[in-house]
Design a protein around this ligand. Structure first.
Ligand code: MF3
Ligand code: CO
Ligand code: CO
Length: 263
């Protein structure tokens, strides 16, 4: 399947889905604190998406080949969990860092975004990892324009984080997005400038670097979903859904509460 170019009507629907996705993250922010369970966060987000937004939480029962259906409506990945952490009765504690990854389907189109949250005061190391990962996402975003290459995005991210001693997770990547949750192309968070697919206006894809404080190696837990660092080092991730415009990029997963772009 080739990479789809979205029409103006499709882009408008992607803007709506993207805004709703970001608004879920805004809504849940005050609840993400010590003592809450990730199941409670899942339930609150699910209810907002279904009852208020009249939308669909894309993760619920999502079953790509080789996977059992995902059992929850959001992903909650804590500390050394890299991604796809499954909400549970586990209580968030002071000093934890947690990624909440939200994907909403509205009017047939997907928005996909994630942010890191601090529970109380994080360690200096944890804060630095999260801030660097956020900057890494923006280095990737700023590489997006017509005529640039997918490899430029990966290169921008990798060349920013590796000199700091961090590593880029290889097994998971950003992805085309639209009527499907995961479409072509794959957007690697490492690579060589001026290689790979050439970007064209109307392409929509996510950028979602997963950055480890230690080595890049990963392990999947017995639940069939949760991915953790093999060396148990901390991991962070931020994600936006991006449109390639005639002159550069537009971030589709925006809302009043979404963190500002880095300078
Ligand atoms: N939201 C994730 C992504 O950014 C995918 C989660 S798949 C799920 O691509 F089934 F775990 F929800
Ligand atoms: Co994604
Ligand atoms: Co996501």
């Amino acid at each position: 399947m080739p990479v789809s170019i979205k029409s103006q009507q499709e882009i408008e629907k992607m803007r709506v889905a993207g805004r709703l996705t970001s608004e879920v993250l805004d809504y849940i922010t005050p609840f993400v604190k010590a003592g809450v369970t990730t199941n409670k966060l899942d339930q609150l987000c699910h209810d907002l998406i279904v009852n208020v937004q009249k939308a669909i939480p894309a993760p619920l029962n999502y079953a790509p080949s080789g996977h059992r259906p995902y059992p929850k409506s959001i992903c909650t990945s804590i500390n050394h969990q890299i991604c796809h952490g499954v909400p549970s009765d586990k209580v968030l504690r002071n000093g934890d860092i947690v990624n909440l990854d939200i994907t909403v389907i509205k009017d047939g189109y997907h928005g996909d975004s994630s942010r890191m949250f601090y529970i109380g005061e994080p360690s200096i190391q944890a804060r630095r990892l999260c801030e660097t990962t956020y900057q890494a996402l923006w280095h990737g975003i700023r590489a997006v324009k017509p005529g640039a290459y997918l490899g430029d995005i990966g290169y921008a991210i990798q060349s920013f984080v590796e000199p700091m001693g961090y590593s880029v997770v290889r097994e998971f990547c950003g992805h085309g997005i639209g009527q499907k949750f995961h479409e072509e192309p794959q957007v690697l968070h490492y690579g060589k400038a001026r290689t790979g697919l050439k970007l064209e206006p109307g392409m929509t894809f996510t950028i979602e670097p997963m950055i480890n404080a230690g080595k890049a190696g990963i392990k999947q837990l017995g639940d069939g979903w949760t991915i953790v660092t093999k060396d148990h080092s901390l991991s962070a991730q931020y994600e936006h859904t991006i449109l390639v415009t005639d002159t550069g990029f537009e971030v589709l997963t925006v809302s009043d509460g979404c963190p500002l772009p880095t300078p």
